[in-house]
Design a protein around this ligand. Structure first.
Ligand code: GLU
Length: 288
């Protein structure tokens, strides 16, 4: 396949990534690991982090969370301000930037040390205490976060942001700057494929009810304004990020992560989507 996508450049540090990188990691519940290419190299997970943040916020607030953020696809770009104005500061879903910023605000209100807690949660579900953020990516995004600041200001004017704007922005950019490999993401996402349990120790991290809801939000809102196309071509719940990663799950069967930095015009990894489409079509293992 001819790749025509482009590496994200609005965060300058991401533009430096080698566009030829390609990694894929499949982790099956019953039959182990299968991998390809740069599957153990860490990359910037960016918006894939929004799944982990949503998970923590749902655990802390339960259904009250959904008074502040909805669960409908937006049909608009991930950083759009338009819908927020006429929907009175309630973001369409937790995976567009506005929704993720509300989730950040919730975590800051609920936790004493939100950054440490967030990183500890990812380390715990991945069984890897070395997972960390990339400080250079963090600094780079911080300098160009005017649009996220605008979203926060607009939502604060509607009363849907409780904390100081700088603090929320700082936490949000921190969570996006986490780096993980395809292999690590496939392990972390196993809780969403395995009924809320870690595969390794069988510890219950999340209730099956919450898993069902998170997977539903991934299915309908996980791919910017291309969630329909992703369902149509791949047929798995998942989440993408502008670092070129996509993590997806087949509940009861497997998790799969792919990383290829060039993005299509909607912001999803072009080759990543193609690889996942081939995987589910050739194996017959999509959820549909
Ligand atoms: N940190 C990025 C932003 O807020 C995340 C974008 C993404 O991966 O969707 O613009």
């Amino acid at each position: 396949m001819q790749c025509t996508g482009e590496v994200a450049s609005y965060i300058p540090e991401l533009a430096k990534i080698n566009p030829e990188k390609f990694g894929m990691h499949l982790h099956c519940i019953n039959s182990g690991h299968y991998s390809f290419g740069d599957n153990e190299e860490r990359f910037s997970i960016q918006s894939i982090s929004k799944v982990f943040a949503l998970t923590r916020a749902m655990t802390l607030l339960g259904d009250d969370l959904f008074n502040r953020v909805d669960v409908e696809p937006s049909g608009d770009p991930f950083n759009s301000l338009v819908q927020l104005e006429y929907e009175h500061g309630i973001p369409r879903n937790p995976f567009i930037n506005a929704g993720a910023l509300v989730i950040s605000d919730v975590l800051i209100s609920e936790l004493d040390t939100p950054k440490e807690d967030f990183l500890n949660f990812i380390q715990k579900i991945t069984n890897n205490p070395s997972i960390a953020i990339n400080q250079t990516v963090f600094d780079s995004e911080k300098k160009y976060s005017h649009r996220n600041a605008a979203l926060l200001n607009l939502m604060k004017s509607f009363g849907n942001i409780k904390n100081d704007i700088e603090t929320v922005l700082d936490f949000y950019i921190y969570q996006c700057a986490v780096e993980m490999s395809c292999k690590e993401l496939s392990t972390a996402f196993m809780i969403y494929a395995n009924g809320g349990k870690k595969l390794i120790e069988n510890t219950q991290i999340l209730t099956p009810k919450k898993v069902k809801r998170i997977n539903a939000i991934m299915q309908t809102c996980g791919f910017y304004d291309e969630a329909g196309e992703f369902s149509f071509r791949v047929g798995l719940p998942g989440k993408s990020g502008v670092g070129g990663g996509i993590a997806a799950v087949h509940p009861g069967q497997y998790t799969v992560t792919v990383w290829s930095p060039p993005l299509n015009p909607k912001g999803n990894s072009e080759l990543g989507m193609y690889a996942l489409e081939r995987l589910t079509t050739l194996t017959g293992l999509s959820i549909f």
